[in-house]
Design a protein around this ligand. Structure first.
Ligand code: EPU
Length: 451
């Protein structure tokens, strides 16, 4: 842990240009989808991040040959020899990511059984998998929970079903998609998540031969097919990473162009960014999702000088304000004049990181009440899921320990915005979702060093 520290000399605006690649929360799922094909798949713009390594490792254990393609960031998946892996081998990946739960459907289709290790991912609440398991049982899978992990089988095959999610969960929607595409018959999923990463996964599956209709009102209908082939896909860029750098530009009074950032997927963020007083210019003049690589622009974000404005916002499922945009933006909100209000409605415990900001001079109070109008599952359940941020506050340096991925990035931004030298411990966690973040910090003129 003591090696895993970044020394941050704060107080310098971030200035420059960086590039984001394929979205972490699509790329990892598209990699799992490659298991379903009977011919090789190619995925471009794959970032070098920990979640990708974990999925690559798990695919390899199941006989999928993963190799680097010709283009930087291109991966090729050859699933012609899918095979079982031992629980011991799979358990090497226990606790490292949440993606393994999405192997259920594809492995059941390819092998008739699946073993899923204990999941990892960020500690931002209990993060149950009850919707996933309920959905798999609806398809006809049997699930056996053991101390070493989950054993699944489908003795009578997987069959289409009508199913409504209790909440539009991203992961559970992906679980249903990855299972239904090759299940026998038609599946109708109601109350589905419709995040851009889900639509992009549907594009991947459609390229493979799937028949998927996205209706209005969160209804997705999937007609199962007997075989799928490989895909070639360039994923949507990472809109969480793009917003994180935008928030960093605002909090440090800087100016950052995020190449690859796409307006269409970030509209809700851009509205809030502008309301806070940040400015941006869309420099990507290609038609949405079109164009050739190398021609790309992105979005330029900057602090125009003067004071920022307090805002009220609620996190929500798409098209709402993403829960993962919340933590980086709150750092910028500590610099806004007045009282900002944040109501976190997606995760029950995603405001713990504000204590660290308070230790740096921020003035943030967290509340159990719902401070917003969105119907929320946490209001009467005693979770501190609303925050009031009083600003502006002068941030000063501190020693910080990173608790999870997005909160970690917010700690980093706070240290960059603060006067003085901070030590940020546990920065390696940031590599789970931010490719080459230290090199990008250097490109933006940040004064950071490994001790
Ligand atoms: N939920 C359940 N039961 C389930 C599944 C979800 O109660 O079986 C609840 C969760 O506890 C949470 C809510 O439903 O309160 C939403 O969870 P969701 O399933 O949508 O989240 P996820 O699929 O586990 C993905 C992203 C998260 C992102 C959320 C919301 C990946 C790998 N992760 O998680 O990203 O916050 O969707 O958009 O795609 C991150 O990138 O740092 C990250 C945490």
């Amino acid at each position: 842990m003591t090696d895993d520290v970044l020394v941050v000399h704060g107080g310098t605006p971030l200035e420059g240009r960086i590039r984001v690649r394929g979205a972490k929360n699509l790329v990892s799922k598209a990699m799992v989808a490659a298991l379903l094909g009977d011919t090789p798949s190619r995925l471009f713009d794959v970032p070098r991040i920990r979640d990708v390594e974990v999925v690559r490792g798990l695919l390899g254990l199941h006989g999928v040959k993963v190799s680097d393609g010709e283009e930087d960031g291109e991966l090729v998946f050859d699933p012609s020899n899918v095979e079982s892996a031992s629980t011991d081998q799979i358990n090497v990946h226990a606790g490292s990511s949440r993606i393994p739960i999405l192997f259920c459907g594809p492995l059941l289709h390819r092998l008739g059984h699946a073993f899923i290790p204990d999941l990892g991912g960020c500690h931002i609440g209990p993060r149950p998998i009850d919707f996933h398991l309920q959905a798999l049982r609806e398809f006809g899978a049997t699930v056996d929970k053991t101390p070493e992990g989950l054993h699944l089988s489908a003795p009578n095959g997987l069959h289409g079903t009508k199913f409504a999610l209790p909440y539009p969960s991203v992961g559970a929607t992906e679980q249903v998609l990855l299972t239904a595409v090759m299940a026998e018959g038609v599946t109708e999923l109601r109350n589905a998540a419709v995040e851009p990463e889900i639509i992009d996964l549907i594009c991947v599956l459609q390229k493979m031969g799937a028949i998927i209709k996205v209706h209005t009102d969160r209804v997705i209908e999937i007609q199962g097919v007997k075989r799928l082939s490989g895909y070639t896909h360039r994923p949507i860029p990472d809109r969480i990473e793009a917003a994180s750098w935008a928030a960093a530009a605002l909090a440090t009074r800087g100016h950052v162009e995020v190449l690859g950032a796409q307006q269409a997927d970030m509209m809700t963020f851009l509205n809030i960014f502008r309301s806070v007083g940040g400015e941006y210019e869309v420099t990507d003049l290609r038609p949405p999702r079109g164009g050739r690589p190398g021609q790309e622009g992105g979005i330029r974000f900057w602090h125009p000088g003067g004071e920022l404005n307090a805002v009220a916002l609620e996190t929500d499922v798409h098209p709402g304000f993403m829960t993962d945009w919340q933590q980086p933006l709150v750092v910028a909100l500590t610099q806004a004049r007045g009282l900002s209000i944040v109501h976190e409605t997606v995760y029950e415990q995603r405001l713990g990181y504000t204590e660290a900001l308070n230790s740096m001079g921020a003035n943030i109070q967290v509340y159990r009440d719902c401070l917003g109008g969105t119907p929320c599952r946490f209001g009467r359940r005693n979770f501190k899921h609303s925050a009031v941020i009083a600003g502006p506050s002068k941030l000063h340096a501190a020693d910080l320990v990173i608790p999870d991925l997005r909160a970690g990035f917010s700690h980093l931004i706070a240290a960059l915005a603060a006067e003085g030298t901070s030590r940020v411990y546990g920065v390696d966690l940031i590599n789970r979702g931010y490719e080459d973040f230290e090199a990008k910090l250097a490109d933006l003129g940040a004064h950071v060093e490994r001790p």
